[in-house]
Design a protein around this ligand. Structure first.
Ligand SMILES: *Cc1c(COP(=O)(O)O)cnc(C)c1O
Length: 422
């Protein structure tokens, strides 16, 4: 009898986006004429085409693969040296951070890395895991799948995880646990944040690094939206904080800067100084385990894709990527300022491509979702879908055409001025 991994049966998830799709389908079957006017600002997927420098690099790589002298078979399990060198220099050393190419591990994106990293850590509740609420659902579901949680409760929270509330009260940055609270072993942080669009300060991040060092914890720091940081003096990397190379792994993705959501490439930085512990207290560098995990379980990402990613670090590539980021940030500004002008309470949209809006008139997330769908023909994401602390909020994504973003604001204005029935 073949037994399955029953942890998968605990997954409450797959709930949010199917439920959105279900409501959109009902709306469209009731109002077929609305189909042409429907604007989707829900899923966090980019809309603009790939930068030219990336496309050219991939074309050249395809041609290299077509000639015997330049053909390449298996690459290095942790990614080609040329890409790891470009990353170490461009993302770290040029910013005064001491990360080298051997500490970079290429992957097909952060989603993969989020689950793969759990391979090298103790599972089944051996680590106490801190997860922000609201949160990028991948962190939660990957822990459910490997048995790090109990079952889901009524409010969608899983037994066995420690939720760190992110609310207007703490500026959507979780407080470091007090001395009387249980000690966390693994901590997921994501700044700029999805879904709130909020950002963490140096001092706040320093407090987390100090906590991790004190309690021998590890921080998973997701910087998928690093390119969107516009305000000065905010931490671009956790390694800007002293000691973070002894307690943090950083997750990077080319999805949101280079438009790689369909191409697939990202990386982790895993410093050699970072250690974990055996149950009898022996210190083990994670670098060796992470290397071994890659060389055993993967032959990494296509050469062609890695050449495309390398091109992001060329002068033309940088300029084109900045163009994409600026475009989405301008969308975010239009959304944020438009909603603020309607008197709404808005977070995000300054250092991130998401705006996070407190629902007006005391509406719940799903009430507001329905109002936006039925009366404005706009699909947004209900905040409660990212966690119970997201109740009473919605997320609007700035990944869209300019035309659609302007139209969304106009429709919301009509909605708010007409005060259509709730
Ligand atoms: C989009 C996103 C990523 C990127 O995932 P990929 O698998 O690299 O496309 C990572 N983290 C967060 C929070 C995201 O929103």
């Amino acid at each position: 009898m073949a037994l399955i991994n029953e942890h998968y049966l605990k997954l409450a998830g797959g709930y949010l986006f199917p439920e959105i799709a279900r409501r959109v389908e009902i709306h469209l079957s009731d109002h077929p004429e609305a189909a042409d006017r429907l604007i989707k600002c829900g899923i966090g997927d980019v809309t603009e085409p790939l930068p030219e420098a990336v496309r050219q690099a991939m074309h050249r790589a395809v041609d290299e693969m077509g000639a015997r002298e330049s053909f390449r078979g298996y690459g290095e399990p942790t990614g080609y040296g040329f890409l790891r060198e470009a990353i170490a220099k461009g993302d770290f050393q040029d910013h005064g951070l001491n990360i080298d190419a051997e500490e970079i591990f290429i992957s097909d994106g952060s989603k993969t890395d989020c689950s793969a990293i759990l391979d090298i850590l103790a599972v089944k509740g051996a680590n106490r895991i801190g997860i922000t609420d609201p949160v990028y659902p991948v962190y939660v579901d990957t822990n459910v799948m490997c048995g790090n949680t109990g079952v889901a409760k009524e409010d969608g929270r899983y037994e066995g995880l420690t939720y760190l509330p992110c609310t207007p009260g703490n500026g959507f940055v979780p407080d470091v646990p007090g001395d009387d609270e249980p000690k966390l072993d693994l901590i997921y942080l994501c700044y700029p944040n999805n879904p709130t669009g909020g950002m963490i300060t140096h001092d706040q991040l320093k407090a987390w690094v100090e906590y991790a060092l004190k309690h021998k914890a590890i921080i998973f720091y997701d910087v998928a939206y690093q390119a969107y940081i516009t305000e000065p003096n905010l931490p671009r990397s956790i390694y800007e904080i002293d000691g973070a190379d002894r307690c943090a792994i950083e997750f990077h993705s080319f999805s949101k800067n280079g438009g790689f959501t369909g191409v697939r490439c990202g990386y982790t930085a895993c410093p050699r100084k970072l250690v974990g512990w055996t149950s009898d207290g022996k210190e083990i560098p994670l670098h060796g385990l992470w290397s071994r995990r890659w060389s055993t379980k993967s032959n990494n990402v296509a050469y062609i894709i890695q050449r495309g990613a390398e091109a992001i670090y060329s002068p033309e590539g940088r300029e084109q990527v900045q163009g994409l980021v600026d475009f989405y940030l301008e969308n975010a500004r239009i959304l944020r300022e438009g909603c603020e002008a309607m008197g709404m309470d808005v977070t995000g949209g300054v250092n991130a491509p998401y705006v996070w809006i407190a629902c007006p008139d005391g509406l719940s997330s799903w009430d507001m979702f329905d109002r936006m769908l039925n009366q404005a023909n706009v699909v947004i994401t209900p905040g409660v879908g990212f966690g119970s602390c997201g109740e009473g909020f919605i997320r609007i994504s700035a990944f869209n055409s300019r035309e659609n973003v302007v139209e969304v604001v106009n429709r919301m204005k009509m909605l708010s001025s007409e005060k259509l029935g709730v």
